[in-house]
Design a protein around this ligand. Structure first.
Ligand code: MTE
Ligand code: MO
Length: 198
């Protein structure tokens, strides 16, 4: 309809779908604590290391050969923006962890460039997290974490480590980059767990 103004185009969703204190964005802001690392696909690798030092390692080719999923999810940044209905392609952590013998309770996710973030292992399993390499039908742009990033949309987006390189499974929780600087250890947007003490 020609009379519909720009503000009414696109996705309109009820406010109940937004966690407290969040506003909607249509664009995709970039938030990085440092420069965007450039990672050649032939050098890329991703590894999961268990608490008993059992390791699984994929190069790009091996990773691409894994079954992937396309998911549409809402994402919520602690700086108050949310973006609804974002579509990603990635490999489920369930696929990557399948058959791995672990009794670890925690995970420390590390990135090319030095970023890290921590979360309970159970927040990575049961269809809740992916290593994503495509966004909106395109290869994931470097500034958004390409070649691949963690996507764990039910927690604030700082948990979704860009340029992901590895995941260490741990018996003891260990704070990541923002968590050791005062961000909430868990970061549930629906509980508004932004900072330490929230
Ligand atoms: N490696 C790395 N991952 C990161 C960050 C970062 O600085 N480095 N920032 C986090 C934060 S605070 C947010 S909000 C999201 C932003 O993702 P985007 O830039 O794709 O919007 O990435 C998260 N993952
Ligand atoms: Mo963020």
């Amino acid at each position: 309809m020609s009379t519909v103004s720009r503000g009414f185009r696109g996705r309109r969703r009820p406010a109940a779908e937004l966690p407290p204190g969040q506003y909607l964005v249509e664009d995709f802001p970039v938030l990085s604590a440092g420069p965007t690392p450039s990672i050649e696909l032939e050098d890329w690798e991703f590894a999961i290391t268990s608490e008993t030092d059992e390791q699984r390692r994929w190069d790009w080719e091996g990773f691409q050969a894994l079954p992937s999923e396309t998911v549409t999810v809402d994402i919520h940044c602690v700086t108050h923006w949310s973006k609804l209905g974002t579509t990603w392609e990635g490999v489920s952590l369930d696929t990557l962890l399948e058959g791995l013998d672990t009794s670890a309770g925690f995970a420390l996710v590390t990135s090319y460039g030095g970023y890290s973030t921590n979360l309970p292992l159970e927040d990575l399993t049961d269809g809740k997290a992916w290593i994503a390499f495509r966004y909106d039908g395109e290869d994931l742009e470097p500034e958004h974490g390409g070649p691949a990033r963690l996507l764990v949309p039910h927690l604030y987006l700082w948990k979704s480590a860009k340029w992901v390189r590895g995941i260490q499974l741990l018996d003891q929780d260990e704070p990541g980059f923002w968590e050791s600087l005062g961000y909430h250890n868990y970061g549930d947007p629906w509980q508004e767990q932004r900072f330490w003490g929230d």
